[in-house]
Design a protein around this ligand. Structure first.
Ligand code: MRU
Length: 372
């Protein structure tokens, strides 16, 4: 996507041939800054501290992290220890494990002297593949928006609500939940996006709003609690969100607060779609509520907030009384029964084992049975 007219991905190899560059998302929306990763430790830090975030981008960063590790030491021990270091950064998005396992499986049989170059190729391939998948998700989801637009008087916008940031900043490019939105906007359909601010880290207010603004998509930032009210008033035609891990039966884990949006959508007859690239589907899991690890992040993300002061500087201030505790579960699970459809690179699947199996039969053995 373009930033001030210049095309960017969220991650790319440094021109020095020895590093990786990323957009530092902790600085947005107030400052557009690029950070350089030189070691696997830098990559692990970037994921943990959320300079990069979003399931697909976490996976891509881990792949490049393995390359950085192997440039320094390509032994079996270094490969294993880099994988463990990266896997320990964030527990919920399965793309991290997917990328580490995929690159490691490719490298392990190679002689050490060939590993770094092969890791670089695999990381670049994962990035390109992500962009292709996201474009395909855009094409698969676009007809849903077209149909809603066709049912409206000419020029009246389709109102789409999204949660967190599943835009191009969360991926290598294009985004997942935003891919159909950008596709609709680019073909001239009138769309308007309700952007959940997404407390406590405000990925909606800071990142989704920033990227929609950059791309010229009409949008309005709302407090997380406003979505249900807007749905009751008929002001939301469609909800579309991303996912960090979806089970083989269609349960969807995504940013905390997604479940409440799905409940409100169901109560108001609003279609609730999840954009899920296949690397974010955990084919080994069946029960999202019991089996998906939920990341607990620092209390400080709840008790404090950052913003820009009138002099342009960015400051962090306390929101809560000193001494009040806080809890910060970062993701929740929306059961498959609340999901209208899962938009994948192969088309839209019903949120069930049968629906996903139809599109991805290679991930299901003949003995798998539908859950009660
Ligand atoms: O904690 P984050 O910002 O990494 O969480 C991101 C999300 O929950 C996204 O919706 C999800 O990763 C899908 S990104 C295409």
């Amino acid at each position: 996507m373009k930033v001030k007219g210049q095309p960017y991905r969220t991650i790319w190899p440094g021109a020095d041939g020895a590093s990786v560059e990323i957009i530092d998302q902790t600085r947005l929306p107030h400052e557009f800054a690029v950070a350089r990763l030189r070691t696997v430790g830098d990559a692990a830090h970037a994921i943990r501290a959320m300079l990069v975030r979003g399931a697909p981008l976490i996976g891509a960063t881990a792949a490049y992290g393995l390359w950085l590790a192997l440039r320094a030491d390509a032994s079996d021990e270094a490969l294993a220890s880099a994988g463990s270091e990266l896997l320990a950064t964030r527990p919920t998005a399965v793309n991290l494990r997917w990328a580490v396992e995929r690159v490691t499986a490719w490298l392990a049989p190679l002689p050490p002297e060939m590993r770094a170059a092969a890791a670089f190729e695999r990381a670049a391939e994962i990035c390109d593949e992500d962009v292709g998948i996201n474009r395909a998700i855009g094409a698969a989801g676009l007809p849903v928006i077209r149909a809603l637009a066709a049912a409206k008087p000419p020029g009246v916008a389709v109102n789409i609500l999204t949660h967190c940031n599943a835009g191009w900043l969360a991926t290598v490019d294009v985004g997942t939940a935003t891919a159909p939105i950008y596709a609709a906007h680019d073909e001239g359909l009138s769309v308007h996006v309700w952007v959940d601010e997404t407390r406590p880290r405000n990925q909606g207010a800071s990142l989704t709003a920033w990227e929609l603004l950059n791309h010229g998509v009409r949008h309005t930032v709302i407090a997380d609690n406003a979505g249900g009210h807007l749905m009751q008033r008929g002001q939301v035609d469609l909800v579309i969100v991303g996912t960090d891990r979806t089970t083989a039966c269609g349960d969807v884990c995504n940013k905390i607060g997604t479940y409440l949006k799905a409940l409100a959508a169901r109560d108001n007859g609003v279609p609730f779609y999840v954009a899920a690239p296949s690397p974010s589907i955990d084919w080994g899991l069946r029960d999202g509520l019991r089996e998906i690890p939920i990341e607990n992040r620092s209390e400080r993300e709840v008790t404090h907030i950052s913003g820009r002061l009138p002099d342009g500087s960015v400051a962090t201030v306390a929101l809560t009384p000193e001494g009040s505790g806080a809890a910060n579960p970062a993701f929740d699970v929306t059961p498959a029964r609340l999901v209208t459809g899962i938009v994948t690179e192969r088309g839209i699947a019903e949120a069930s084992e049968a629906g996903l199996r139809r599109l991805f039969p290679e991930h299901y053995g003949p003995e798998t049975h539908e859950r009660d």
